[in-house]
Write a protein that binds this ligand. Sequence first.
Ligand code: KG4
Ligand code: ZN
Length: 363
Amino acid sequence: MKILGIETSCDETAASVVDDDGAILSNLVLSQLDEHRAFGGVVPEIAARAHLTHLHTLIKAALEDANLEAYELDGVAATCGPGLIGGVMVGMMAGKAIAAAHDLPFIAVNHLEAHALTPRLTDKVAFPYLLLLVSGGHTQILVAEDIGQYKLWGTTIDDALGECFDKSAKLMGLPYPGGPELERAAAQCADPAAAIKRFPLPVPLKGRAGCDFSFSGLKTAVRTHVDKLPKGALRREDVNALACAFEHTVCAILNDRCEGAITRFLDTYGNKTNTPTLVISGGVAANGAVRNTLKTLTNRHEMSFIAPPAALCSDNGAMIAWAGIERLKKGMTDTLDIAAKPRWPLDQDSELNRKSKSSSCKK
Ligand code: KG4
Ligand code: ZN
């Protein structure tokens, strides 16, 4: 079974062909960094137009790379939400058109489910597993019980973690996109212990019950530190030290919040799985310090830890194709009148959905 996956929900135009063994036959991602850099973040209208300009070329190239004609596909999957609605509609309509033209099943993919299922593509992780989903628009702790079945245990009550990385990086004068730039700056800090002492930062909700997150206080504290630095262009050593303190604090927050979730998962699902597993997914999962922190935490709880390769953590078409395969195998296809959804929670019944202000790509 071979599926074409199309992703256009934020600032990456992506197309990929994946087969049901998990072989990625092609995976093309065209980032719109240059289009948005001058604005310091994603401009929805520019993103939608850029998807429109490039998507057909990218799809053609993805099919060529996979050595396939469209009629040889077994289905077409496209992100239908959540995300920036203009971009989502571009990818969704392209996917529907290819499906209609070749009489193929169409699968409307929830972008969050695609992130959530990526560890099954890369590592064949069995349900149920505990999932930390950390991207530009979302920060959630969920239990993945099955395809289409998720329990939301915690969400951010303000900013998403990727958003906090990006905004803090901007405050430090780092170029867009902030997350990876901030990680690079932190790695160049000469004396991490001194940096952490010099730039104390808050760990919001520390020790509090539940699995919710809050990041806006951290961003504000970064601003306060930046304001106290000498005026003008910031010195590289200061930025490296502040980035290091920031990353250290993010790890402390994730450690605190995930520890409670792990205990709850082991209590609730421990007897339903032989290999209790924490999975991290979404763009921020590419961060090395974050991965190391969660690896140490899971080791302590004798749990396994899965983090997909960095290229599959940030937005890509392979994760959409894979989510399409998982759904198609279960007969979960969609009709061509399905609408794009700017908001599309993974756990529709959770009252936590009301708490979360994050609904889409926030880069
Ligand atoms: O999943 P993703 O590609 O797009 C969304 O669905 O939002 O996540 C993008 C986010 C951005 O905020 C980006 O700065 C962040 O992931 N990110 C990182 C790193 N790489 C990407 N944050 C921290 N460290 C990184 N290495
Ligand atoms: Zn994403």
